[in-house]
Write a protein that binds this ligand. Structure first.
Ligand SMILES: [Zn+2]
Ligand SMILES: [Zn+2]
Length: 257
């Protein structure tokens, strides 16, 4: 049975999809993935995300600079993001945040560019897509400033603890899990996922990364969000159809799709 799924976080504009992007879209639609959000990671990819959204009805876009890019951040980037955020089908500022795991950028630069983009999100009245890896304490600290804290946000590809999840839920935020929840050794993460109420849960692939089982190790694509949906449905004791309906409604509420 075909269910309507939303892949709320994907990067189909990446070169990984250059040879078969159209097939990727057809496979997504055959798998019931009728909408997807292409998430920008820098200025150039934010433009590409918008371009895809213009050409494909199923696509929406976000604009933002990933914490990995923070060492290259300038106020010019901020001005360009403000311009891009006004484009049609741009539904959020992101992905922005902190990554103290890969440490591709200096921590202070990460915090500074994040704070500037949070101000942009406030000004545009758009929700925020957060990327946070091994940096929840620092992120929660930044969000304690009410002038910066967005009213609506999602923690994407969540890998934090129950306690950290609880704190974001208390702020009114959504939480999204990628393919990791299907991995054999992901028991503790599945416990966190099971704790997130269905009305705050989103589905995502983060393609081309993090392919869920049974596709683990291969390039990921939006059609595979179905495997993550099946696992979430099991964890919450509901059917795939119910899981699809509720998570798609959440995506609609958060991003206004
Ligand atoms: Zn991310
Ligand atoms: Zn991503």
């Amino acid at each position: 049975m075909l269910v309507d799924l939303v892949d709320t976080h994907t990067h189909v504009f990446f070169d990984d999809f250059n040879s078969d992007r159209d097939q990727v879209f057809s496979r997504a639609s055959e798998a019931g993935v009728d909408r997807m959000i292409n998430v920008g990671v820098d200025i150039e990819s934010s433009r590409k995300a918008i371009e895809l959204a213009t050409r494909h009805e199923a696509c929406f876009a976000t604009v933002g600079c990933h914490p990995h890019e923070a060492d290259h951040w300038t106020s010019g980037h901020g001005q360009e993001l403000v311009r891009l955020a006004r484009e049609k089908k741009v539904v959020a500022i992101g992905e922005i945040g902190l990554d103290f795991y890969k440490n591709f950028s200096n921590h202070e630069n990460q915090k500074k560019s994040l704070q500037e983009m949070l101000k942009i999100a406030q000004g545009c009245h758009l929700p925020v897509v957060f990327h946070c890896r091994d940096a929840h304490e620092a992120l929660i600290q930044i969000l304690s400033d009410r002038a910066l804290r967005p009213a609506r946000a999602v923690l994407h590809c969540f890998t934090g603890t129950r306690d950290e999840a609880r704190r974001y839920l208390d702020m009114g935020y959504h939480i999204s899990f990628a393919g990791q929840i299907t991995f054999r050794n992901a028991g503790p993460l599945r416990e966190v996922a099971a704790m997130v109420p269905m009305d705050r849960l989103l589905l995502e692939t983060d393609a081309p990364y993090l392919s869920p089982e049974p596709m683990r190790g291969k390039r990921n694509e939006p059609a595979h969000v179905r495997f993550t949906a099946i696992r979430q449905a099991e964890l919450h004791g509901i059917t795939l159809e119910e899981c699809a309906r509720m998570t798609s409604q959440n995506a609609k509420d958060l991003f206004g799709l």
